[in-house]
Write a protein that binds this ligand. Structure first.
Ligand code: ADP
Length: 411
């Protein structure tokens, strides 16, 4: 058959031209040349037996691996690629044969070409539908997660808010009875103290919720001032002294390079961020354990580490704990105390700390060998803060001008 002869004659020129076109100056891979040859074989078969099954099968393989194969490098769709393969065939035929032979080849190839394009179009559509289904599943999963976090929020928030309210309610009732019974002042004071504690806990949870929503909406404003991290750590040490004593723990503060450097940061927010991490260190470390604060100066940053000898954190949870309303472990532990061993809170502490540190241009992460309540692998929280020598706001810069100049002179 004349067409088959013609096809065999144009084969090598066709392979070389396409390989060069697709390789665009890069080395032509043997596997790619092989793929072109397989396609040409399937076209010969389609012409010889008037059956495009083989070529359709090949296209299905291409369609599946299109994104990884040489054809996928922004060369367009399967239909475009197939058209290009046939057009190159006709172009080479025009150069090699006279008009009559070229026309004969075109006429024989036309039905094959049409069928290949129809198959390629169908495969492409199938692939697109598959992709859309995949995306839909992804969105569905996200919606489910959102739904779960919404119901987690409702149940945790309700539980968290209810606990201090019950406390206030209970003491208020007792107080009312105490007043009626004319009970002594000491007992009344105890009840007032209980109410006070409940109210404080309630305020803290509400403030944390407000902070999380500020962070979520990029509305956290920082009040930049000159700060010496070493001093803030001293303040925290005093703040936690009683809790550490109560839990029979040891808190070690190491002095480190950079702790005496003046940087610009929001001291209240930094204390809040550190305090959340420290109170977790106290809570998730057993009685008699150790908490250590250390740090080092890095180019442009200060890295502060807060490590403990506590229960540690599962590798799989090490990202999740920074998400709000994260619910690691037993939900009944929630709101069971500020410093009590394993006394979880609403799961807002770490997301707030991370939000504050990130608003400063830094980052916060944790390292732990895993969770184990018998071997206590411990956790190390890393807080990376930029060594900001000047405030971002020009007005504040003016206000603290002399301090900044003095520090530049020391630098
Ligand atoms: P919570 O209010 O529950 O303490 P956080 O956001 O402060 O919320 O912490 C989230 C979770 O991360 C905790 O419930 C706890 O499971 C885990 N976690 C945080 N810090 C530590 C730590 N130092 N050791 C072990 N687990 C920790």
């Amino acid at each position: 058959m004349q067409t088959l002869d013609s096809l065999r004659q144009i084969r090598s020129a066709w392979v070389i031209k396409l390989a060069q076109d697709f390789a665009r100056g890069e080395v032509i891979r043997d596997s790619f040349v092989e793929e072109l040859n397989v396609f040409f074989d399937s076209i010969i078969l389609a012409v010889a037996e008037a059956n495009t099954e083989e070529v359709t099968h090949l296209l299905a393989n291409w369609s599946n691996s299109l994104t990884e194969s040489d054809f996928g490098q922004n060369e367009g769709t399967l239909v475009t690629i197939c058209n290009r393969l046939f057009e190159t065939m006709y172009e080479i035929a025009r150069g090699l044969f006279n008009d009559q032979d070229t026309l004969a080849l075109l006429i024989t190839m036309l039905p094959v070409h049409t069928e290949v394009i129809i198959s390629a179009g169908r495969l492409e559509k199938e692939k697109e539908i598959e992709q859309i289904k995949h995306e839909l599943n992804h969105v569905r999963e996200q919606m489910n997660r959102l739904d779960k976090s919404k119901s987690d929020f409702i149940s945790i928030a309700a539980h968290e808010l209810k606990t201090p309210l019950t406390l206030i309610d209970g003491y208020a009732t007792m107080l009312r009875e105490a007043v009626d019974l004319d009970i002594n002042r000491g007992v009344v004071n105890q009840m007032l103290h209980g109410m006070d504690q409940g109210a404080r806990r309630l305020r803290k949870i509400i403030e944390d919720m407000i902070d999380v929503s500020l962070i979520d909406n990029d509305l956290l404003t920082l009040n930049f001032q000159p700060v010496w991290i070493g001093q803030l750590i001293e303040i925290l040490k005093n703040e936690f002294a009683e809790a550490v004593r109560e839990r029979n723990q040891t808190m070690i503060i190491n002095s480190f390079e950079g702790s005496k450097d003046m940087i610009f940061a929001d001291p209240e927010r930094i204390i809040q961020a550190f305090s959340n991490v420290l109170s977790n260190a106290v809570k998730y470390t057993p009685d008699g354990g150790m908490i250590q604060i250390d740090g080092r100066k890095l180019p442009g940053f200060l890295e502060i580490t807060i490590s403990d000898t506590g229960i540690g954190i599962d590798i799989d949870d090490q990202l999740r704990i920074f998400e709000k309303f994260n619910r690691i472990g037993d939900a009944s532990r929630h709101s069971s105390g500020k410093i009590k061993y394993k006394g979880g809170g609403p799961g807002l502490g770490l997301p707030i700390s991370k939000g504050i540190i990130e608003a400063h241009g830094g980052t916060l992460w944790v390292e732990s060998d895993g969770y184990d309540e018998s071997t206590f692998p411990g956790s190390v929280f890393h807080l990376l803060l930029p060594l900001r020598r000047e405030p971002p706001d020009a007005r504040i810069k003016e206000l603290f001008g002399s301090i900044i100049d003095h520090n530049h002179a020391i630098d």
